[in-house]
Design a protein around this ligand. Structure first.
Ligand code: IPM
Ligand code: MG
Length: 367
């Protein structure tokens, strides 16, 4: 009997449905080739759910996620919903609650610059020649995003907005352990990013990283202040391998890293939790980019980030490493063959649609 994996697909808004369609077809083809089964539910999330059900994360969507082994997420948000109160907007009312609900504390964002696409990078060719891959590990359920108190109030005729940065030692320990475990399997170099010259939170962060480092003597740990890190990524991207940082710094730096690779349309992400369904580790997998409302519905979006998110799901939640590698090499082959969506197109390559590149990647799964 082939194993069955239960997956909740939440396509969301903007380009979400278009790129999700390609990812699902690819997943189904991969399942045929590698002899596993997929049980898929599709649910509304984000603006699409607000329009149909009155809220961004309906109960039914959440319960479909709860009974699944993993969530494949598209993207949420768009100008139609920007006038809603902040707490009801798709990002704050769907994505953040999902992360918190499932304790998805670790966000893995691999910034991969393929050699063939290094021309798409805004950096000087000598800095990116041969490509690079930096894995950004972002803490996802702590810090300024979730710390209490939070809110805006009037005081003495003035208005005060408060966000609170809070980290518990245990929260830093669990992300640090994961970062060291991942670094150990790669180049054994871990860079921890903080603001220890200013923030109490960062003093704790740095102390915990140093303590956990004792358990991983084979990994070389270095610390960078966040402002310096932002600079070093641009100056010498090829010297980095795994980077670990807190929630807000990770949000900002992962966009910077994405841009250094040329297009955010190529970058997947995995958000991993503590939850375990038997042998499976629960996770949410989504492209690092947004819903790109400006190009939605035109069939031109790059589905590769969504497709590589499927590969991450197979690897991290289901331990199907060979199937994940099959997808990744199909993507590389498609790029090597010269197919490009608009965001990564350059002179001398073939401009294709979302569906065309999806079809080619599926065809390339077979070798
Ligand atoms: C991300 C996004 C989200 C974040 C937004 C949409 C809330 O920017 O996943 O990086 O800030 O975490
Ligand atoms: Mg972001």
């Amino acid at each position: 009997m082939p194993l069955t994996y239960k997956i909740a697909a939440l396509a969301g808004d903007g380009i979400g449905p278009e790129v999700m369609a390609e990812a699902i077809e690819l997943l189904q083809r991969c399942a045929e080739l590698d002899d596993f089964r997929v049980e898929l539910t599709e649910s509304l999330v984000g603006g699409a759910a607000i329009d149909a059900k009155g809220k961004a994360l309906p109960e039914e969507t959440l319960s479909n996620c709860e009974v699944s082994d993993a969530v494949l997420f598209g993207s949420v948000g768009g100008p139609q919903w920007e006038k809603l109160p902040p707490n009801e907007q798709p990002e704050r009312a769907a994505l953040l609650p999902l992360r918190k609900h499932f304790s998805l504390f670790a966000n893995l964002r691999p910034a991969l610059c393929l050699p063939e696409l290094s021309a798409a990078s805004p950096l000087r060719p000598d800095l990116v020649q041969g490509g690079f891959e930096i894995l950004c590990i972002r803490e996802l359920t702590g810090g300024l995003y979730f710390g209490q108190p939070k809110g805006t109030r009037k005081e003495h005729g003035d208005t005060i907005a408060v966000d609170t940065m809070v980290y518990r030692k245990s929260e830093v320990e669990r992300i640090a352990n994961l970062a060291f475990q991942i670094a150990r399997l790669r180049k054994r170099k871990l860079v921890s990013v903080d603001k220890a010259n200013v923030l109490e939170n960062s003093l704790l962060w740095r102390a915990v990283l140093k303590e956990i480092a004792q358990e991983y003597p084979e990994v070389e740990l270095t610390h960078l202040l966040v402002d310096n890190a932002a600079m070093q990524f641009i100056r010498a991207p090829k010297t980095f391998d795994v980077v670990v940082t807190e929630n807000l710094f990770g949000d900002i730096l992962s966009d910077e890293l994405a841009m250094l690779t040329g297009s955010i349309g190529m970058l997947p992400s995995a958000s991993l939790g503590t939850g375990q369904h038997g042998y499976y580790r629960f996770g949410l997998y989504e492209p690092s980019g947004g819903s790109a409302p400006d190009i939605a519905g035109q069939g031109v979006a790059n589905p590769i980030a969504q497709i590589l998110s499927v590969a991450m799901m197979l690897r991290y939640s289901f331990h199907l490493n060979d199937s994940a590698a099959r997808i990744e090499s199909a993507v590389r082959k498609t790029i090597a063959n010269g197919l490009r969506t608009r965001d990564i197109w350059s002179e001398g390559t073939d401009l294709v649609s979302t569906k065309e590149i999806g079809l080619e990647i599926r065809a390339n799964l077979e070798d």
